[in-house]
Write a protein that binds this ligand. Structure first.
Ligand code: NAG
Ligand code: NAG
Ligand code: NAG
Ligand code: NAG
Length: 435
């Protein structure tokens, strides 16, 4: 009696729920512990009534980008500051400027919100590293485009190092609501090199803040899931049911054409049993003598939403020995020198698979990876060939339960006697979430 009740509480859905909630609580990046977006203000000149500053936003996240429609940066002025002008970006609201007669400020908002300009902005309104529609690449994928910048001219402000008051209460919005920003602090002035590196220039004053991401803040539900299959078992292990929420008649569409009639162009998920916008499928394809082959397929289940410059992170012990990756670019993420089991994948612009098209026959991208075996480690048993963790665009994906992984045909376990194994595997899985 007791044992049957115990079994009941360990039903997969229940365990899934526990696993999901543990997973999402992780507030920092396991594979990128210093990940952050650093925002610096360099005062480049003092003016009659304030200052001119260069604002830079550096994305120091290896595999998390700011996607289209781009960032919005907000703050609160500490006094009655106004924005005279901005080059390379703009405030979303001019606000109430009625006190001004001749020169009308760009914005008089107490809580201004700034957005980037779009590509193709006239030259005289551009600034270095501006005008990318607010899209900022991840550091691992595209170092050159991991920076966004604009120049701002502030009035009604102190105009010396001692009298200036710093903006406060920063927030970074965007397609992702998951960022929280630190308070602002004055730091040693930024140094830049001019004259071919022979002369050092210093900002008159620099202040800085750091914004960091939490998946828990970004979304109540996970955003991707993992499914599996193998050459040695014809059964496919699907994504866990309701991994990213459950289907109802309002939150999804069966086919795109019905959607276009009712919804226009807003992104809507395709109805699936997992309801995740992204599924990552890991297929163990071949076992050679000294190598083995995996096929990874990423599928988009959003109608009317393309993922540009997506990233995928995988953790698997054999990623320390990647021999060949087709279609995608692979970059190891060296966390600790002696543990080299994690890496990121992303699409190749030339192959046009850095763009993951919306749901439908073209809405997936794939790669095949050949890994060199370490004979001491390699096994097809116990789900070893499957990944330990998968992240898509920096968000952790929900994995199937270890008990449902494709099993070797000869390891047919009698159904009734697996209880202890199930429990141990589940405990290990839960424990793993905390490591
Ligand atoms: C932000 O990232 C930079 C670059 O990786 C790092 O040097 C810095 O320590 C990080 N800051 C915080 C507060 O994590
Ligand atoms: C801080 O910023 C948020 C978001 O911009 C805003 O709603 C809030 O009013 C600000 N807080 C203060 C004290 O101004
Ligand atoms: C997705 O990309 C395709 C190809 O570039 C484009 O035709 C389509 O309009 C895009 N869809 C959305 C919703 O942006
Ligand atoms: C998929 O791509 C092919 C080749 O670009 C194109 O001919 C076809 O119409 C696309 N299918 C859909 C459903 O968009």
């Amino acid at each position: 009696m007791v044992s049957s009740r115990f079994r009941l509480t360990l039903r997969p859905e229940v365990i899934m729920y526990i696993l999901c909630s543990c997973t999402v609580v992780v507030a920092y990046d396991l594979f990128d512990p210093t990940a952050n977006i650093t925002i610096t203000w360099d005062v480049v000149s003092w003016t009659r009534d304030g200052y001119v500053a260069v604002v830079k936003m550096n994305n120091y996240q290896m595999y998390r980008q700011i996607m289209s429609p781009g960032w919005t940066l907000g703050w609160t002025w500490s006094k009655k500051e106004i924005i005279w002008s901005i080059v390379g970006a703009q405030a979303t609201d001019q606000g109430e400027c009625k006190e001004f007669q001749n020169d009308i400020p760009h914005s008089c908002e107490k809580n201004p919100r700034i957005i980037d300009m779009h590509p193709g902005t006239p030259y005289n309104q551009q600034f270095a590293n501006c005008c990318k529609g607010g899209v900022v690449s991840s550091l691992g994928q595209d170092l050159e485009n991991s920076l966004s910048a604009f120049q701002i001219s502030v009035g009604n402000s102190g105009n010396t190092y001692r009298t200036v008051s710093l903006p406060k209460n920063f927030s970074l919005f965007g397609p992702n609501q998951g960022y929280t920003c630190s308070p602002v602090s004055v730091v040693p002035s930024s140094v830049s090199l001019t004259s071919g590196g022979r002369r050092k220039n210093r900002a008159l004053m620099t202040w800085k803040l750091v914004c960091s991401y939490s998946q828990l803040l970004a979304s109540d539900t996970p955003t991707c899931c993992v499914s599996m299959s193998s050459f040695y078992n014809s059964e496919i292990t699907p994504c866990p049911s309701c991994a990213c929420g459950c289907m109802n008649n309002k939150n999804c569409a069966l086919i795109k054409s019905t959607l276009q009639q009712m919804e226009g162009t807003t992104p809507v998920k395709q109805c699936t049993q997992h309801m995740c916008p992204i599924r990552v499928h890991w297929h163990v394809k071949k076992n050679y003598k000294t190598y083995w082959r995996v096929r990874i397929t990423i599928t988009n289940f959003y109608y009317n939403f393309n993922y540009t410059k997506w990233t995928l992170v995988a953790q698997h012990p054999n990623l320390n020995n990647v021999a060949k990756v087709s279609n995608f670019i692979y970059k190891p993420l060296l966390l600790y020198e002696h543990i080299n089991d994690t890496g990121m994948f992303y699409g190749v612009k030339k192959l046009e698979n850095d763009l993951l098209l919306d749901a439908g026959s073209n809405g997936s991208v794939h790669s095949e990876i050949i890994l060199k075996k370490d004979r001491k480690m390699f096994t097809l048993k116990h789900g070893w060939a499957f990944p330990r963790r998968i992240y898509f665009n920096g968000d952790e994906c929900i994995m199937p339960l270890p008990v449902s992984y494709p099993s070797l045909p000869n390891s047919v376990l009698p159904n009734l006697d697996i209880k202890p194994v199930v429990i141990i595997q589940v405990l290990v899985a839960i424990l793993y979430q905390f490591l």
